[in-house]
Design a protein around this ligand. Structure first.
Ligand code: NAP
Length: 392
């Protein structure tokens, strides 16, 4: 028998959230995180027309090494619109085209939408956040709400390759200044969603092209490492000026993007100093006790053969950035390898951490009355959804 999410997650102390695109690669990681989260609980799972009205277990090809469907396989998937699925916090795992249409409707209706999609990342009034690096960019939110006349807002996390690159560059940029970066990625197949790249194309192969990926990495890194300014017209982020040249490839790895990075610095230094800068970097999340923050944000290895996706990708629930093979570059100044979990640090975990820092900083609020009153509405809405689901 199908059941409601409220039946299985009765806590009224936690904040109800919606997962848009809950059936996909990123969506199911959202569900696994939210089902066990101390601050949030899943109120709605949405999908495309393909899935609406089905049990989650029938709509979703679950492929995580954990309890199937996070124990919520009987939940009915509802449409991705605020009339059926409005919660105060929304996590979006929609593809970019669907996100451009659907996310603003949730923001207009009052939700804070934490989006993985690229649709709004580069818009001037939309924060593009890595909480350990640039949480202050969340200061763009009020202007976004005013300008767009939304009750809620959209907050984004970077592309799954950008997050590894920008995280690795941040300590260097702060201390030495960066002038130029050359990066080649070896990206996992989970980055292509489900069903993703056909096995016949990727097994035993390297595909030297990922649509739109290189331009995202080149632009997003400069925005994330840019500075927030207040002007008479509102707050703006002025991008960093260093240049990035990216080559993105797909390799037959399930999870974990590996990046080979060469950097030219503004101020010359030694490898030992660079190693120290990575080792002592203090993430801006420190002191907030955020549930999804890794115990260690940057993990620098001096072992000659690390990092490796197979060995490192799930450490700290996939939320650390791994750096290794630090050495001099005969053309630029230094080179190294960075690696991280594309579906956690690069997607679901990143969004959840964004929501946590936004709440911790007081940049977004969920009034207690919403929890109580909307909680009731959500229950009613869910029952309606259940009936729709039964008839579909
Ligand atoms: P995916 O496996 O293809 O899942 C896409 C999800 O979006 C599914 O739940 C699908 O629902 C839903 N959807 C598609 N069109 C829709 C529509 N018109 N209306 C409502 N729902 C719709 O993709 P993914 O890998 O999870 O990626 C999701 C997003 O995260 C993308 O924007 C992607 O670029 C981004 N991202 C992915 C990664 C990664 O490593 N995979 C990393 C960073 C960012 P149905 O199943 O019901 O059709």
């Amino acid at each position: 028998m199908a059941s409601s999410l409220q039946d299985s997650t009765p806590s009224q102390k936690r904040i109800p959230v919606t997962i848009l695109g809950a059936t996909g690669v990123v969506g199911q990681r959202f569900l696994r995180r939210i089902a066990n989260h101390p601050w949030f609980y899943p109120a709605y799972l949405t999908g495309s027309e393909r899935s609406v009205g089905k049990r989650y277990s029938d709509a979703c090809q679950w492929h995580l090494f954990s309890e199937a469907y996070a124990g919520l396989g009987d939940i009915i998937v509802v449409p991705s619109d605020p009339e059926h699925a409005l919660a105060p916090i929304v996590f979006s795992a929609l593809d970019a085209k669907a996100a451009r249409e659907i996310e603003p409707r949730f923001a207009a209706a009052g939700a804070y939408v934490f989006s993985n999609a690229s649709a709004f990342r580069m818009e001037d009034d939309v924060p593009l956040i890595i909480p350990e690096i640039n949480p202050e960019h969340i200061g763009l939110l009020q202007d976004q709400k005013n300008r767009r006349k939304w009750k809620g807002a959209i907050i984004t996390n970077p592309n799954c390759t950008t997050v590894m690159l920008a995280s690795a560059l941040a300590p260097l940029h702060t201390v030495f200044g960066i002038e130029a970066v050359i990066m080649t990625s070896m990206q996992a197949i989970s980055g292509a969603g489900y069903p993703g790249v056909p096995a016949l194309d990727i097994m035993g192969n390297v595909i030297p092209y990922i649509s739109n990926e290189e331009s995202k990495v080149e632009c997003e890194s400069r925005k994330i490492l840019g500075k927030l300014f207040s002007t008479p017209a509102g707050k703006i982020v002025v991008d960093s000026t260093f240049s990035v040249s990216a080559t993105c490839t797909r390799v037959p790895i399930i999870d974990g993007h590996t990046l080979a990075i060469s950097v030219k610095l503004r101020n010359t230094t030694t490898l030992q100093d660079i190693q120290n800068v990575f080792s002592v970097f203090v993430p801006k999340t420190q002191g907030y006790a955020l549930p999804s923050a890794p115990r260690r944000f940057i993990r620098l290895s001096t072992k000659i053969d690390r990092p490796q996706p197979l060995l490192d990708v799930n450490i700290d629930e996939g939320m650390s950035i791994f750096i290794g093979r630090l050495r001099e570059c005969p053309i630029l100044d230094l080179k190294f390898v960075a690696m991280g979990n594309n579906v956690e640090r690069g997607a679901a975990g990143a969004s959840v951490l964004n929501a946590e820092i936004a709440l911790a900083l007081g940049a977004i609020q969920v009034p207690p009355s919403y929890l109580q009153e909307e909680g009731r509405k959500i229950r009613e809405g869910l029952l309606a959804g259940k009936e729709t689901g039964g008839a579909a």
